[in-house]
Design a protein around this ligand. Structure first.
Ligand SMILES: O=C(O)CCC(=O)CC(=O)O
Length: 261
């Protein structure tokens, strides 16, 4: 088991590929763990150093009491880079992972050479929307909202065609209430519009065409803020790396080639 210690907690990480390979750091979404990248990673070019981690309160990482601040989640990502000696990182962030990536690129431009924003935005949802979600999950657990969440994550066709679909539900509902609501609070408090507008690095943005959490127009608006290329991934909801790994990998591989050192 690979771990990084930061601010008194242990984060679960996976560090694969040659130590001197180009570093690509993956940060996943709310209610998922680092397995969300499993189908995508084998489709990427060889020779990359691929690092992924479970943010606090998710997967095998420790949970601290809610609420969390986006600055704290960015500091955790910074600690992953520091602990592994990563520099010139290409940061791939899905949803809240993309907020963390935008925050890290703004705070530590020396660490991040390029950014991939997957189904994310500089600001996601409203404070009231997140408070309603925190209240519902505090009262009833993540299970209370699992059905509508999964409808935003995956298309009906994907859900019907994949008998293993129920396992994604397990991943979601096994997320601790502290971890899930803590991250909801971090998203609620994050408006990165100004700092993302000021970013000066190559950015690629993409969104599933039926993403019900961060719809394509929202992602496109953030792409426009920072001069990113923007692509819509057909037949995908909020988590295209699971639903359309080949299309997602093609976009990512092309971006990696165009931004090679
Ligand atoms: O997925 C995220 O990280 C946050 C956006 C969201 O609301 C996802 C969902 O619909 O559960």
């Amino acid at each position: 088991m690979q771990t990084i210690s930061t601010s008194g907690i242990t984060l679960h990480i996976r560090d694969e590929g040659p130590r001197d390979g180009r570093a690509v750091l993956f940060a996943n979404s709310l209610g998922t763990d680092l397995r969300v990248w499993d189908a995508l990673l084998p489709l990427l070019p060889a020779g990359l150093r691929i690092v992924r981690y479970d943010k606090r309160g998710h997967g095998l990482s420790d949970a601290t009491p809610a609420p969390y601040a986006m600055d704290r989640l960015v500091a955790d990502a910074e600690a992953v880079c520091g602990g592994l000696g990563l520099r010139d990182v290409t940061f791939v962030g899905l949803s809240i992972g993309g907020l963390i990536g935008q925050g890290l690129a703004a705070r530590r431009p020396d660490l991040v050479r390029a950014l991939v924003l997957m189904d994310t935005a500089a600001k996601i949802g409203t404070a009231q929307m997140w408070q309603d979600r925190i209240d519902a999950i505090t009262a009833g657990g993540v299970e209370a909202l699992a059905d509508p969440i999964l409808e935003r994550w995956f298309t009906p066709a994907f859900r019907a065609a994949n008998p293993g679909f129920a396992l994604w539900r397990n991943m979601l509902t096994r997320t601790s209430v502290a971890g899930y609501t803590g991250c909801c609070a971090a998203i609620a408090g994050a408006d990165l519009t100004d700092s993302t507008r000021a970013l000066r690095l190559p950015v690629l943005a993409m969104a599933g065409d039926t993403d019900g959490s961060t719809p394509p127009d929202l992602v496109r608006a953030t792409a426009d803020l920072c001069g990113a290329d923007f692509h819509v991934i057909p037949d995908a909801g909020h988590i295209p790396c699971v639903e359309q790994p080949e299309a997602t990998a093609r976009l990512l591989a092309d971006f990696l080639e165009r931004t090679a050192p």
